[in-house]
Design a protein around this ligand. Sequence first.
Ligand SMILES: [Fe+2]
Length: 218
Amino acid sequence: MSDAFQAPGWQPNILRLWPTIVVRRTLDECEAPNAALVRLIEDMERETDQLTASRWRDGKMFDADHDAIRWLKAGIDETTQAYFDEVGMNYGIGWTIAAWPNINRFGDYHAPHNHAWSYLSGTYYVRVPGVDGEGSPDGAAGSGGISFYDPRTSVNMLAANGEALARSEFAVAPRAGTLLIWDASITHSVHPNLAEESRISISFNIALAWSDSYLHEP
Ligand SMILES: [Fe+2]
């Protein structure tokens, strides 16, 4: 091809098929609810052995009669509705949320995994301690960050420089107030917390409440 490449005289119709969707937002005015959630989760830990493991199994954190829990659940419900609207499921979807708290101390991490038997999964970040000398720019996981991996296994084998869809890992450096919701099948991992202070988050799985309207015509 010569250097004198000419733009085509026709309009290309580029199809971006089968998207992988991750929703990221910051919940407004999160400071007071976050402070209340820290107190609530630290109280839970004092009363519960193996807090994350046992609460993950019961998934009933949102059953608590607590203003900050109601605030967070409303934010998750609103974001979940936005997800369903975006993907065309805008005909009255019902869902349930199973949530559990995480306290990650120095060095704690979570190896790559997905969330089987869920439709969507997510995490809300309550407290994210900073690490000296680390800026954690977007795209770099940093301490306590989360990475999502391309479900198209090994598609990066022939990725050329500059190809927008070629990165096999997408990292997010969350802050207190960050809410992430993603397709539960996406493999993700949590990077080690390198801060002395613990990092506190609330993870959740969203299951659809069954309706025959979900069945599509073949
Ligand atoms: Fe996870």
